[in-house]
Design a protein around this ligand. Structure first.
Ligand code: NAD
Length: 508
């Protein structure tokens, strides 16, 4: 049994079906992008998109299903197979078009940021940075498109051996709601640079920026059918995409249990699969580290995005001799975090994505208390009546946790951190590895040799020393163990979206 199966019920999209046939959709009715057209679901059903900070319905989106996925796969197939279309483009032309997309995203930064902030409750300042990061990812892959190529190999037989990097064809890109447009760009960028045609499936909580990206891709000049966006529930639209025999690869970001299901569905036609899954990342601090800097920086590494971050440093492993001091500094730094209206420039922590996610997080707070962890801060909604309708949880700190407690092993996906003291370097590494995950983590020490020893011992795809910065557009990102397979970002990601063909020419 996996750890997730013991968690409170995972948050599911609040997809409420509406039959809008014969009704005039509200002013915020958005539509999918299939074959270059803005379309409704074939059966006309829609679902509500809620602003979680206010509880107000901000839009309706098509409740896409299998028939819509079939339509999108057919559009993507035609776009891929058109001999005069996208497949005939040079890599440089794909790059130039990605550069145009990057510029369009930069121009629309404020619009995208507002849409994202209202849709998922994240602070507007974070959403602005994220929109900018999307433009940088497209810019990176614009430059990368003609720099990923084959090699010549000195084989034993007389002749010439060389490899070709070829696009896979139609690829399915399934993304979560915590960083909706960023996760989409991490997949669209390399997939398009490598010459694939795409079907993007956003989470039901957060379809709005994905749809805008689909529209902007058309405006940038990608031909109809190259970028399609299908909205709808994971269990139907997502599953249909993961199982579709016309899709050659599925790239997924989301919960580990969903990733396991995607692998099963993809086995259908032996699709290529890359997975970015959950995390329970350790923040390891030794007594000789800069404790003040650790406290100041680490507050954001766990509470940013209200803790709904696969890289959240949700475990603090602290050397026992500085345990009390570090907790004191961390509590003090956390008290100054501004929780509030996501639209306010001063806000640092906004709403969770939904009331359901809030309940899940508060369930974990109860679990932590029952297990005997010491709740030293937060663990409840803010008192501010102006925030009462939103899905808020205050930054929450549990001290004196044990590694076997659920709050120390399972991904809470909310603003909750578990502090665990350790005695030695060996124990720190053992504790760091004591979860099924291995995505990210930090090590704080002035002794660089020790920090590197620990980094080598921690089973994790991404680590940082004396900082929490662990995501870089140019560097590989992904997980060990149950945190996933494959590496996104950097030049590594292009390998996820290409087939490698070997050709041998007999020169005899
Ligand atoms: P989720 O697994 O519930 O959903 C992710 C996506 O999968 C959504 O689009 C959803 O509709 C779809 N989906 C759900 N069931 C499906 C099915 N049976 N078949 C096909 N598609 C299906 O995850 P979430 O709640 O949206 O996101 C939070 C999770 O994502 C956390 O576990 C977090 O750690 C993880 N995450 C990981 C990374 C990373 O890079 N490793 C980044 C961000 C988020």
């Amino acid at each position: 049994m996996t750890t997730e199966s013991q968690s409170p019920a995972p948050a599911q999209p609040e997809a409420v079906a509406h039959d809008v046939s014969g009704m005039t959709p509200g002013p915020q009715a958005v539509r999918m992008v299939i074959g270059g057209e803005q379309v409704d679901a074939q059966d006309g059903q829609t679902f509500e998109v809620v602003n979680p900070a206010t509880g107000v319905v901000m839009a309706t989106a098509p409740l896409g299903g299998k028939a819509d996925v079939d339509r999108a796969v057919e559009a993507a197939r035609q776009a891929f197979e058109d001999p005069k279309g996208f497949s005939s483009w040079s890599a440089a032309k794909r790059g130039r078009t990605l550069q145009k997309l990057s510029m369009l995203v930069k121009q629309r930064q404020e619009e995208l940021a507002r849409l994202e902030s209202e849709n998922v409750g994240k602070p507007i300042t974070s959403a602005r940075s994220e929109a900018f990061a999307v433009s940088l990812v497209f810019e990176y892959y614009a430059g990368a498109a003609n720099k990923h190529f084959g090699e010549t190999i000195p084989v034993s037989r007389p002749g010439l051996d060389f490899t070709l990097r070829e696009p896979i064809g139609v690829v399915g890109l399934i993304v979560p709601w915590n960083f909706p447009m960023n996760m989409a760009s991490w997949k669209l960028g390399p997939a398009l640079a490598a010459g694939n045609t795409c079907i993007l499936k956003p989470a039901s909580y957060s379809p709005l920026t994905a749809i805008r990206l689909g529209e902007l891709a058309l405006e940038a000049g990608f031909p109809p059918g190259v970028v399609n966006v299908v909205t709808g529930p994971g269990g139907t639209a997502g599953a249909a995409l993961a199982a579709h025999p016309g899709v050659g690869k599925v790239a997924f970001t989301g919960e580990t249990t969903t990733g396991q299901e995607i692998m099963r569905l993809a086995a259908n036609n032996v699709k290529k699969v890359s997975l970015e899954l959950g995390g329970k990342s350790p923040n390891i601090i030794f007594a000789d580290a800069d404790l003040e800097r650790f406290a100041k920086e680490s507050v954001y590494s766990v509470f940013d995005n209200a803790g709904q971050d696969c890289c959240a440093r949700s475990r603090i492993l602290v050397e026992r001799s500085v345990h009390e001091k570090v907790v004191g500094l961390f509590v003090e730094a956390t008290r100054s975090v501004i929780v509030g209206d996501p639209a306010d420039d001063a806000t640092e922590v906004g709403s969770l994505v939904s009331q359901r996610q809030r309940e899940r997080v508060l369930d974990y707070v109860e679990v932590g208390q029952r297990e005997g962890a010491e709740l030293v801060l937060g663990g409840r909604a803010p008192d501010d009546q102006a925030l009462a309708a939103g899905a808020y949880v205050l930054p929450t700190i549990f001290d004196n946790c044990r590694a076997d407690m659920r709050i120390a092993r399972e991904e809470v996906f909310g603003p909750v951190v578990a502090v665990i003291p350790f005695e030695s370097e060996e124990e720190a590494v053992r504790l760091a590895n004591a979860t099924p995950y291995g995505l990210s983590g930090s090590i704080w020490s002035r002794d660089i040799a020790r920090a590197i020893r620990v980094a080598k011992g921690v089973q994790s795809g991404v680590l940082s020393i004396n900082t929490n910065a662990s995501v870089h557009t140019e560097a590989p990102f992904g997980g060990y163990k149950m945190s996933g397979s494959g590496r996104e970002l950097g030049m590594h990601a292009l390998g996820l979206y290409t087939e490698l063909k070997n050709v041998f020419v007999d020169l005899g």
